[in-house]
Design a protein around this ligand. Structure first.
Ligand code: FMN
Length: 132
């Protein structure tokens, strides 16, 4: 059994594009090492992140993320067991979604890959505002 956690968070201050790029690269590298699948979306000063993996790894990582001073007002949306990860087959380069096209690609991925359970449906609903 795997665990997933999803949150929305508001940035404290506007991050420059190079700071964002550094963060994105760090996330991709660290999560690959930790065997955590994730997607991180950024739009209009908001981050949405879905993390999937072994429960202890997810909770340790989330404790770190919570302490991060770069953002505040965290809203935890999902924190639950899941049968299967959605994003373990998702290409590593997609794990950080920067453009509308990236988000559309994620939406298509969720629509075409026979994810019919409640968890996948919830994720699709959550990314919808980021598609606008
Ligand atoms: C929106 C956001 C998402 C983040 N996501 C991750 C992540 O998925 N994995 C990760 O290792 N660090 C992530 N970080 C960075 C962590 O908050 C933290 O800086 C990093 O884990 C290093 O923590 P440490 O200095 O206490 O070791 C994220 C930071 C932000 C602002």
């Amino acid at each position: 059994m795997q665990h997933t956690l999803c949150y929305i968070r508001k940035q404290k201050e506007i991050l420059s594009s190079s700071n964002l790029e550094d963060l994105f690269q760090f996330v991709v590298k660290t999560n690959t090492t930790l065997n955590i699948s994730d997607v991180l979306l950024h739009n209009n000063n908001f981050f949405l992140q879905v993390l999937e993996g072994d429960k202890d790894s997810i909770q340790d990582l989330f404790a770190n993320i919570r302490r991060d001073q770069r953002h505040h007002e965290l809203l935890l949306i999902l924190n639950q067991k899941v049968e299967n990860r959605i994003f373990n087959n998702y290409e590593a380069t997609f794990s950080v979604l920067k453009s509308k096209e990236d988000i559309e690609r994620l939406n298509n991925y969720l629509s075409t890959n026979s994810f019919k359970d409640k968890y996948s449906e919830n994720i699709k609903t959550l990314i919808e505002p980021f598609l606008l």
